[in-house]
Design a protein around this ligand. Structure first.
Ligand code: BES
Ligand code: MN
Ligand code: ZN
Length: 498
């Protein structure tokens, strides 16, 4: 995507499609009033008659027919100014830009006028919203050349204030990096499991490391054996695909804190011997969404040159049935030394994470954040509106919560009280990997908490938010890329507050 920021007047700016963002119950600001005048009062007329209400999510397409230079014009609602958030801006741009593409525009121009302060953030949000709304996954379509040709190739931010250009450019630059990383995560998650194996993800990480400047080390099965990663190896035992333990280190923070990010990377979850029903099993290609989000966040941190130290850990394997697969009844010895009795081979995420979290502790990190499509129970509890959050440190949880509000990738906390630990007690091992139906989201996190030692830790369950069956304002149906923007915002804000 080509991004431009220019100062000028929308009336005379040639573009396939212009976007004007409007607040509810407000008189048109200067730049918009001029457009309205050029269009013979069409905009104010639509609003006055109530044919267009500038509510969040509302869009209205107009054809100026030569009265201004834009071929098409979309009015997009922002709702009330008193309720304004960056996410509203993202949503408006995310609905307006694709509607212009459908109409036939090949470039879009957003008029950036009238949202006061925080121009840099606004510009980032507009770029993110448009690019993420325009996202499509066409890699496996062979007969959609026309569709592909109709991609929007340029986004222009247009301001009437020459002095604003620099600051808009700064926001737009971050916006492009963040949107590109999110698109990469969506692509990875949408890819067929045969094309997104642990080995493919490992080479993707290596390639990104070279391109953006972070180191990547990949542990093979024999090294995992030496380290005693019995849980990860147990899960991998049924698969013909060799497991990989991917370690990414980005160190541009000098003596600053070290943040460990851990992402569940099951490239296909069949359930193993406790095999899943076939309905929706195809969706289990998304079980590497946590790993992809971590990869995306480190890509972004490196591209934005954040002054931080980050280590990203991706335990990557399939979960498959077969003659050599691990079984219910088995006891696995984890890298930490603790043992886990297997009740259900479909509760594999917590197993691979137990070894990855133990590995994270070797860095003596300041904080650990893990992200995983861990439990169906998370969807039962929160639906698709929030990511489940559990953890041991109030400050860290607060930081994640704030990053969630800012990005629109909201999280909601669930408790980790003592009583829940009763549910994962085993008769023969230190714990068992499945605790029954009660509090399934929580018992999974309770198991994880046994592997983080004393380090401040937060767990994010994205099982319900990594994939959407319906189009959302800047998230077309399919892989959402969730976690990438959340983790990135968390990283960018990390030092600002304590
Ligand atoms: N990857 C699944 C969780 C999941 C379910 C993600 C649905 C997305 C949609 C995880 O490995 C799993 O199978 N969890 C089991 C745990 C149970 C056996 C204790 C579950 O949630 O059913
Ligand atoms: Mn599973
Ligand atoms: Zn899984």
């Amino acid at each position: 995507m080509k991004l431009k920021v220019i100062a000028g007047k929308l009336e005379t700016h040639k573009t396939g499609g212009a976007i004007i963002l409007l607040f509810e119950n407000e008189k048109l600001d200067n730049a918009v009033a001029r457009i309205d005048k050029a269009l013979g009062g069409t905009v104010s007329g639509l609003i006055k008659r109530g044919d267009f209400k500038p509510k969040p999510g509302a869009v209205h397409l107009l054809y100026p027919e030569g009265r201004i230079a834009a071929e098409r014009l979309v009015l997009a609602g922002l709702g009330k100014r008193s309720e304004f958030t960056m996410n509203r801006l993202r949503q408006a741009a995310g609905k307006a830009a694709p509607s212009l593409r459908t109409a036939g525009a090949r470039d879009v121009t957003v008029l950036v006028e009238g949202f006061g302060r925080d121009l840099e953030e606004a510009s980032q949000a507009l770029v993110e919203g448009s690019m993420l709304g325009l996202y499509r996954f066409l890699k496996y379509k062979t007969n959609e050349e026309n569709d592909r040709n109709r991609d929007v190739t340029t986004i222009t931010l247009l301001t009437g204030t020459a002095g604003a250009v620099k600051i808009l450019q700064a926001g737009a630059r971050s916006g492009v990096v963040i949107a590109d990383s999110t698109a990469m995560v969506r692509d990875m998650v949408s890819s067929p499991p045969a094309d997104m194996t642990p080995a493919v993800i490992a080479s993707k990480a290596r390639e990104l490391g070279r391109q953006f400047g972070f180191t990547v080390q990949v542990l093979e099965r024999t090294q995992m054996q030496k380290l005693g990663m019995g849980a990860l190896l147990g899960v991998a035992s049924g698969s013909a695909q060799p497991p990989k333990f991917i370690i990414m280190e980005y160190r541009k923070g000098g003596k600053k804190p070290l943040i460990a990010l851990v992402g569940k990377t099951i490239t296909f979850d069949s359930g193993g011997i406790s095999i899943k029903p076939s309905e929706n099993m195809d969706k289990m290609k998304d079980d590497m969404s946590g790993g992809a989000a971590v990869l995306g966040a480190i890509r972004t941190a490196a591209a934005l040159k954040l002054p931080l130290n980050i280590v990203g850990l991706l335990p990557a394997t399939e979960n498959m049935p077969g003659g050599s697969a691990y079984k219910p009844g088995d006891v696995l010895r984890t890298m930490s030394g603790q043992t886990i009795e297997i009740i259900n081979t479909d509760a594999e995420g917590r197993l691979i994470l137990s070894d990855a979290l133990a590995y994270a502790c070797r860095y003596k990190p300041t904080v650990i954040v893990d992200i995983a499509t861990l439990t169906g129970a998370c969807r039962v509890a929160l639906g698709q509106e929030a990511t489940g959050m559990l953890g041991t440190d109030e400050k860290l949880k607060q930081k994640i919560r704030e990053a969630g509000e800012k990005t629109g990738e909201r999280v909601w906390e669930m408790p980790l009280w003592e009583g829940y630990y009763e549910l994962i007690k085993s008769d023969i091992a230190d714990m068992k990997n499945a605790g029954g139906r009660d509090g399934g989201l929580i018992t999974a996190a309770a198991l994880l908490s046994k592997f983080v030692q004393k380090y401040p830790w937060v767990h994010l369950d994205i099982a319900a938010t990594a994939w959407t069956e319906k189009d959302r304002p800047y998230t077309p149906k399919g892989a959402t890329g969730i976690g990438m923007r959340l983790l990135t915002q968390f990283l960018r804000d990390y030092e600002k507050k304590d």
